[in-house]
Design a protein around this ligand. Structure first.
Ligand SMILES: Nc1nc2c(ncn2[C@@H]2O[C@H](COP(=O)(O)OP(=O)(O)OP(=O)(O)O)[C@@H](O)[C@H]2O)c(=O)[nH]1
Ligand code: SF4
Ligand SMILES: [Mg+2]
Length: 399
């Protein structure tokens, strides 16, 4: 992510779906104005989803996603279709791309049904208008040509006007603070911290506090103890990294609201209630119970050894049970959680809300409690109730 760009997890995801050779990649290139996707007459050219960030006014920052054809066959083909299905989960808006030469086929109808089932708002477009013969395209449909540029602006305008639901209605913090309030942010700078910058949830929280007219004060955990002596008024809230939650809680006066970046992000992504419901399972585990720890990305060192080392160690100490813990990371999340007693997910800072909520629902549908790192760490440290102090209703559910 560049310094000036909107985090990808915060962009409106617009995904292009269709059969092989329908002209998806050509269309995505025309819409983005960049030849990012490979185009060819060979069926099944696109083998992995391709992501392209751009501005689409008045919608704002969006993520355009080109996908492999949905009708791909054979073993490799079905892997590609699986990747396309993963994109379907995180799409806020879909574009159903139909080959204007062929018109609607039964595969397109299957795809349309899937898109509708997911409740994703979508636009249908007919491609190759420069060569398509009449009769295959319904009157009034959006016709586009990647060759001549016909209909591309019309499509962009139609997309920018789509009304879509943000899966979670919650901001990060601005609805919890008043203008002028001081908010203390505790940010450990240890060897796990990325060099020369802050991590995404910290950046986003600071930005929202500034937008809200608050006075964010950032300190490391090592300087936190001296902060209250330096502030003329008590801060409106303290927000801490989960890993130092315990010591920060011990040093924060009881009348000051305290929470963590992780708890705020879980609410922002729409699964704090589930995480708080799910976490109590940690107190009810037995020997041999299976726990899935799931991370949203593989390429970031920022979560370091939390999922692989620290959390498993904490869980074993806390429960005193010989539990069976496995770890997955990256874009995939298992659809079948049978045999699992609990899922503990990372903060998901690289995943959009729709994807996080999808994962939470996969677990809930199978009656597997679902929580996240920050909530689990706070719970095992006995400070979850305190960490939920900005959310009294939820805090009340914790004993
Ligand atoms: N004349 C014309 N040809 C087009 C147009 N759009 C795509 N094509 C051609 O159609 C073929 C397939 O285009 P792609 O954009 O690769 O199609 P795709 O849907 O991405 O295909 P897969 O990646 O295989 O699923 C290529 O030969 C393109 O040149 C168009 O607007 N006009
Ligand atoms: S997506 Fe998850 S594992 Fe990746 S950096 Fe964010 S919180 Fe860590
Ligand atoms: Mg393609």
């Amino acid at each position: 992510m560049g310094l000036n760009s909107t985090p990808s997890s915060e962009r409106v995801h617009i995904a292009f779906f269709g059969k092989r050779n329908a002209g998806k990649s050509s269309l995505v290139n025309a819409v983005t104005g960049q030849s990012l996707s490979v185009v060819s007459p060979v069926m099944g050219t696109t083998t992995d989803p391709v992501y392209k960030a751009m501005e689409l006014l008045p919608l704002g920052p969006v993520m355009i996603i080109d996908t492999p054809g949905f009708d791909d066959e054979g073993e490799l083909g079905s892997l590609r279709v699986a990747k396309t299905r993963e994109v379907l989960r995180k799409a806020d808006i879909a574009v159903l791309v139909i080959d204007g030469n062929e018109g609607v086929t039964k595969e397109d109808l299957v795809l349309e049904k899937l898109i509708r089932e997911q409740g994703i708002p979508f636009k249908t477009v007919y491609t190759k208008s420069d060569v398509a013969e009449g009769g295959k395209v319904p009157d009034g449909a959006i016709k586009v040509s990647a060759e001549t540029g016909e209909g591309i602006n019309e499509l962009k305008e139609a997309l920018a006007a789509v009304k879509y639901d943000t899966p979670s209605p919650y901001p990060i913090v601005c609805d919890l603070v008043r203008p002028g309030e001081t908010v203390v942010l505790v940010i450990p700078i240890d060897k796990a911290a990325p060099k020369g910058r802050l991590i995404l949830p910290q950046q986003q929280t600071i930005r929202e506090l500034l937008d809200a007219g608050c006075v964010p004060v950032c300190v490391r955990d090592t300087e936190f103890g001296s902060v209250f002596g330096k502030l003329a008024d008590a801060p409106g809230m303290v927000i801490t990294d989960s890993q130092v939650f315990r010591s920060v809680a011990d040093q924060t006066p009881g009348n000051v609201r305290l929470t963590s970046f992780s708890i705020l992000m879980a609410r922002h992504k729409g699964f704090l209630d589930a995480a708080v419901r799910g976490v109590t399972k940690l107190g009810e585990l037995h020997d041999g119970d299976r726990i899935l720890i799931s991370e949203g990305c593989t390429h970031h060192r920022q979560c370091n050894d939390i999922g692989s080392v620290k959390l498993p160690r904490m869980i074993k100490e806390f429960t005193g049970r010989d539990v069976d813990i496995s770890l997955t990371s990256g874009g995939t999340f298992p659809n079948d959680l049978s045999g699992h007693s609990l899922v503990i997910h990372c903060g998901g800072c690289m995943l959009n809300e729709r994807e996080m909520i999808h994962r939470m629902k996969v677990a809930e549908r199978q009656n597997v409690p679902f929580t996240n790192y920050g909530t689990a760490i706070a719970y095992m440290n006995g400070i979850l109730k305190r960490g939920l102090s900005p959310f009294p209703d939820l805090a009340g559910t914790i004993k």
